[in-house]
Design a binder for this molecule. Structure first.
Ligand code: SF4
Length: 294
């Protein structure tokens, strides 16, 4: 079976489980990147009922915001239900910059509170499909599967990495799972995704044409090497981060947090930005920092 057919079969199995467990259609998560465009095309070709959801991170690049809007408009014209989730923290609408001040620390590669608040809240109580692929990182290769059960009890989580595994195991339990996930293109290479979209004449997010090889949050600390690249295209975001770091320093002083974690004392937002863009900080973990409300 070719990769398209295998992915479609996975979507059909997931659709069945979605109705069995939640009584609702699949929820396709759409980021505006190439992988989720491939996933949408597969969902359309599979013939299964589905809805589409986008998590607005508040630091998406403007071309991504327009690409998502355009895509949702065309999906809605075909009768597909689309929704956008906006982030909340402690019961109030929030954004990346506000969150940095509230957390009193910049997000880092190992301190990813922003993902938890801005991205990972969607899809609870639903069966979701994502464009996650093993080829994206070693971590994904080690931790992600074709079918995943995100039971709140870690011991009861099930990750299936093989199409021959017994997928019915995921629906055996009679109680409703917190979240179930299918990653239909998990074994696709990057070239498979580009070829598939090109053959089908799917319009890509314009960021790819500008030299970006990933579509995500502007200034994401998960890709320290790309932060300066992001800011060279979107300098206003850099300004917003510096302003947030200025406010963060005030919040830190008020809380008695004085450590700078570098040879340059954190006296201004620009000092923090310089530290943030330095690759060394990326190694910092939760255990290294003064405990505040992280
Ligand atoms: S900036 Fe990076 S770590 Fe933070 S929410 Fe976005 S993707 Fe996640």
């Amino acid at each position: 079976m070719d990769k398209e057919q295998t992915a479609i079969e996975r979507l059909k199995i997931a659709s069945e489980m979605s109705f069995d467990v939640y009584g609702k259609p699949l929820l396709i998560t759409y980021s505006g990147g190439k992988d989720s465009d491939a996933l949408l095309l597969l969902a359309e070709r599979s013939g299964v009922p589905y809805e589409v959801n986008h998590s607005h991170t508040t630091v998406d690049a403007p071309p991504t915001v327009y690409h998502v809007r355009e895509k949702f408009k065309s999906l809605e014209e075909k009768g597909i239900k689309c929704s956008i989730d906006y982030p909340y923290y402690k019961g109030k609408r929030t954004n990346m910059f506000d969150l940095i001040v509230q957390k009193k620390f910049p997000p880092t590669r190992f301190i990813r509170y922003c993902c938890r608040v801005l991205k990972e809240h969607s899809g609870d109580g639903r069966y979701i499909c994502t464009g996650v692929r093993w080829a994206e990182s070693r971590r994904r290769k080690d931790t992600r599967g074709i079918y995943e059960d995100f039971s709140s009890d870690k011991e009861k989580r099930i990750i299936l990495t093989n199409d021959n595994d017994d997928t019915r195991r995921l629906t055996e339990s009679c109680f409703k799972r917190k979240k179930m996930v299918c990653n239909p293109i998990i074994d696709w290479e990057t070239s498979d995704v580009y070829d598939y979209l090109e053959e089908s004449h799917v319009k890509l997010n314009p960021l790819y044409g500008m030299g970006f090889n990933r579509v995500g949050c502007v200034g994401c600390p998960m890709s320290p090497k790309h932060m300066n690249f992001d800011f060279s295209f979107f300098p206003k975001y850099r300004d917003l981060y510096v302003k947030a770091f200025d406010k963060m320093l005030i919040a830190r002083r008020e809380a008695g947090l004085t450590e700078s974690y570098s040879s340059i004392p954190w006296e201004s937002g620009e000092d923090v930005m310089r530290w943030w863009l330095d690759m060394d900080y990326a190694q910092l973990t939760f255990d290294d920092i003064e405990k505040d409300e992280l």
